[in-house]
Ligand binder design. Structure first.
Ligand SMILES: N[C@@H](CCC(=O)N[C@@H](CS)C(=O)NCC(=O)O)C(=O)O
Length: 200
């Protein structure tokens, strides 16, 4: 199994889950922005030139949530509540919450504060994006009251939306008023598999 990876990106989600499951994998490392990510060899594997991409035999996937769902279904049913599980609906909701709700404003915020050259940035867009990030985190904060993980015990969803929560905290989202999410992010960051994924 091969993971196309760059540090401090969504590719950490994939490696984190592989570490949780205990699968062996090979890493193809990029640095974010490296020109080879847009080169013909990699575009042949992932036409968007982004990370992560997972290649498992004849399967190639390049959406981090789809990769997580695939790895869970195929290799870690214990981390993947099925339809018969009382947490199934909650699991789906929070598995998809990161890319559906949290990451769109995160993308805007990163573009406006890091990727664009200073003269092309629009501060109002960054401010609005951060406001939206905080709002999406507010819903997760309410959900996490009295819960250790998003859907019962630790699941694949925690490697996706949990990772987005950790990234938002590192980006400077307003965690002062988010005690449940702060404790949740601490809980996830202390997991050996998460730490291993950050250290690859
Ligand atoms: N929805 C995709 C987003 C993938 C994505 O945008 N990855 C970023 C890193 S977090 C990337 O590769 N950016 C490189 C670029 O835009 O050049 C996923 O969840 O995998």
């Amino acid at each position: 199994m091969k993971v196309y990876f760059a540090p401090n990106t969504r590719a950490v989600r994939t490696v984190w889950l592989l570490e949780e499951i205990g699968l062996t994998y090979e890493l193809e490392r990029f640095a974010l922005g490296q020109k080879e990510m847009r080169g013909p060899d990699y575009l042949h594997i992932n036409p968007n030139g982004r990370v992560p991409t997972l290649v498992d035999g004849d399967v190639t996937l390049s959406e981090s949530t789809a990769i997580a769902q695939y790895l869970g279904a195929r290799y870690a049913p214990d981390l993947t509540p099925g339809p018969e599980d009382a947490h199934f609906a909650q699991y789906l909701q929070w598995l998809h919450y990161a890319e559906g709700m949290i990451m769109p404003p995160v993308n805007n915020y990163v573009v406006e504060t890091i990727l664009l050259p200073p003269e092309r940035r629009t501060p109002e867009i960054a401010t609005r994006a951060m406001k939206l990030i905080n709002r999406t985190l507010g819903a997760a904060e309410a959900h996490m009251a009295g819960r250790a993980f998003l859907a019962g015990d630790f699941t694949v969803a925690d490697t996706i939306t949990g990772h987005a929560v950790i990234m938002c905290r590192r980006m400077g989202a307003a965690f002062d008023g988010l005690p449940n999410l702060s404790a949740y992010a601490d809980r996830l960051e202390s997991r050996p598999a998460f730490q291993a994924a950050e250290a690859v």
